[in-house]
Design a protein around this ligand. Structure first.
Ligand code: PEP
Ligand code: MN
Length: 360
């Protein structure tokens, strides 16, 4: 159960990355409302930009434009805040919902400042994940909001910065969002495909994945002339394209609403998975027993732990067999690398034990 009403699942949030002009804000909101696919209107008015000199938001004047959006469309409005001045300005302007951005979540001082300013205020606040893939920092930020007494809090998953080959602007790393949900099951989780994708063509795919993972809502940036947007132009879509993305989503039913027959069917398969999981543990235990035996032998005969050629062969074998079994190279290499790491760790422990320790 979450504080977001059931009929608002998925909660649909859209609007421009940045408020640019009064006309742009109002036209975006009116066109979004016409599609019928929106519950909350968003706009950034203070923009934390990576480099100085980029457009840093219109500032407080944007709050008046959002008030007009409320009057005209009746939609609740949502703004990003990063410090106490922002919070106070938003509260004075009757902004309905706040969010804390990814570059602010990385800074516990800033999150604490926002939380302290909100003590005693009953306003929904969403916390984006930090830019870096740091689950603890995200959870810690949420704890600061909860400790300030805020009841209506939510998390926004917007992906994580990484360097290297880029399909996504920010890698989804869904497992971190799932870990957050596991650690804080009562906190609703929204997905932000725009900042994950950084481009238009994949928004629908990421949005669907979020729905499939039972996320509580979506935040997708929209703009009346996306190509001319003053920030995040590549990832914004028109209100109509946004609505089409939402329209095409397949909304899944939560498990507690499905038939007994379906539940029994799933239970049966889950029992099989439990048995396989037990086997995995048993197999890993046996593997590590042999690894330790080898470790003792290598220690006694003064042989190095890492045999590079053998490791290369194991890795290649796994990738090849994984490929035959339709398992991605990324997945299978992660698994075997992790097993290999643990094996080295276990042998290291044996090697580094001094004779005197063993005698004790
Ligand atoms: C935004 O939502 O426009 C934004 C700045 O996002 P993030 O904090 O996720 O980068
Ligand atoms: Mn943006």
């Amino acid at each position: 159960m979450s504080w977001i009403a059931d009929h608002h699942k998925p909660l649909l949030i859209s609007g421009p990355c940045s408020a640019e002009t009064e006309d742009q804000v109002i036209e975006t909101a009116v066109r979004l409302q016409k599609t019928g696919q929106i519950h909350v209107f968003r706009a950034g008015i203070w923009k934390p930009r990576t480099r100085p000199g980029a457009f840093e938001g219109v500032g407080k004047i944007g709050l008046q434009w959002l008030q007009k959006v409320k009057e005209i469309t009746g939609l609740p409005v949502m703004v990003e805040v990063a410090n106490s001045d922002h919070v106070e300005a938003c509260l004075n302007a009757g902004i309905d919902i706040l969010w804390i951005g990814a570059r602010t979540t990385v800074n516990p001082f800033a999150v604490q400042e926002v939380a302290d300013t909100l003590k005693g205020v009953d306003i929904p606040v969403f916390l984006k994940n930090p830019v870096s893939p740091d689950l603890e920092l995200w959870i810690g930020g949420m704890e600061r909001l909860l400790n300030a007494g805020l009841q209506k809090v939510g998390a926004i998953h917007r992906g994580f910065y990484f360097s290297g080959e880029k399909v996504y602007r920010n890698r989804p790393q869904w497992q971190i969002a799932i870990d957050f949900k596991t650690a804080m099951p009562n906190i609703p989780m929204i997905n932000d495909p725009s900042h994950i994708c950084g481009r238009r063509d994949m928004l629908g795919k990421i949005a669907q994945q979020a729905i499939d993972l039972d996320f509580n809502g979506l935040m997708i940036e929209s703009h009346i002339q996306p190509d001319d947007a003053w920030s995040d132009a590549k990832q914004q879509v028109t209100p109509e394209v946004y609505a089409n993305i939402i329209h095409q989503l397949i909304i899944r039913q939560p498990e507690h609403q499905v038939s007994n027959e379906a539940i029994e069917y799933l239970e049966r398969l889950r029992k099989k998975i439990d048995l396989i999981d037990d086997e995995i543990i048993n197999i890993l235990t046996s593997r590590m027993e042999i690894v330790r035996e080898i470790g003792h032998y290598k220690k006694d005969h003064n042989i190095v732990i890492l045999q590079s050629q053998r490791w290369k062969e194991i890795l290649e074998k796994f990738i090849k067999r994984g490929h035959d079994a339709q398992l991605s190279e990324e997945f299978i290499s992660k698994i075997i690398k992790s097993i290999h790491d643990e094996s080295i760790e276990q042998q290291e422990k044996i090697m580094s034990k001094r004779q005197s320790d063993q005698d004790i």
